[in-house]
Write a protein that binds this ligand. Sequence first.
Ligand code: R2B
Ligand code: URA
Length: 297
Amino acid sequence: MKTENINHAFLDPVLTGDHVDTYYHFGAASNDPILRGLRDVKAVIMAGSGHRIHEFAQTWSRMNGDAEIIAFPKEERFVTRYCHGVLYASHGMGMPSASIAVQELMRMVYFLKGGDLDALEEIFWARVGTSGGVGLEGGSIVATTEGVMADLQPYRVLNGGMGEYWFDSTFPQAVIDEVVAVNAEAGLAVVPGKTVAGNEFFLEQFRLDGAICMENPDSKMAWLEWIYDNGVRNIEMEGAMLAGYLNHWGFGKFAMICTTLLNRLHGDQVTASPEQLHEYSEQSGQAMFNYLAATLG
Ligand code: R2B
Ligand code: URA
């Protein structure tokens, strides 16, 4: 872990009980008895929707002898479940929402592990999500190698009028290889590739079907071909930030596994039927569970 990048000034007095840390959006705090049951956390799995988190926890419970599920009472912003070493949390849509979830979860696991950097290093993080494929048909599964923004540069945040903070948005190659290998063994194809994280579903993903449209068919295809030629295989809205923040603390084990809902080279609208969408999202969940079962036991 990169201890120099951890906010010790704020987080260490929480460990000694000098002050309480309130994970406001999760409706929990460091002195909350509910956290006592989470100290064995080995993995943090995130997804955009709360419903998915609820389903993931139920599946993981079934896979582990009906292990107990702990549900956080607040579900207004994010839905959170803990079951058999895995903390499942939703993050909403887009990097502003997901960055809140990731920062509060990083603070929470730091507290849960008592600031033990070796124990923190062992934690596996993942986002399981949906995306638009670039040259991949609906129902494909992508393991992200690098998260980039719409300009193919890594994740940045504005630093007021002073410029930008830049983050390393790469995903650890060893984990990608293992996700691909474990799933190949289970008969599930996972394609490695770069992923664009758009700050917008329409404008920053070069869609022509928004209420506001700034592009035309030629400029849209030119962007899609440019990102494809640079190794991008899908587009979603959180991955670059996720990798950027986890790398900042020096976590070494994390992944993003996304299913594609459509091939953006062929259109903009998501027209798959509810049954198809359910099947697509089941597949990325299955790819994540195959990896979890192989690595966590
Ligand atoms: C994928 O799907 C959502 C938008 O529909 C967004 O959260 C994402 O990354
Ligand atoms: N999620 C996105 O962000 N983009 C898509 O095209 C599909 C799902």
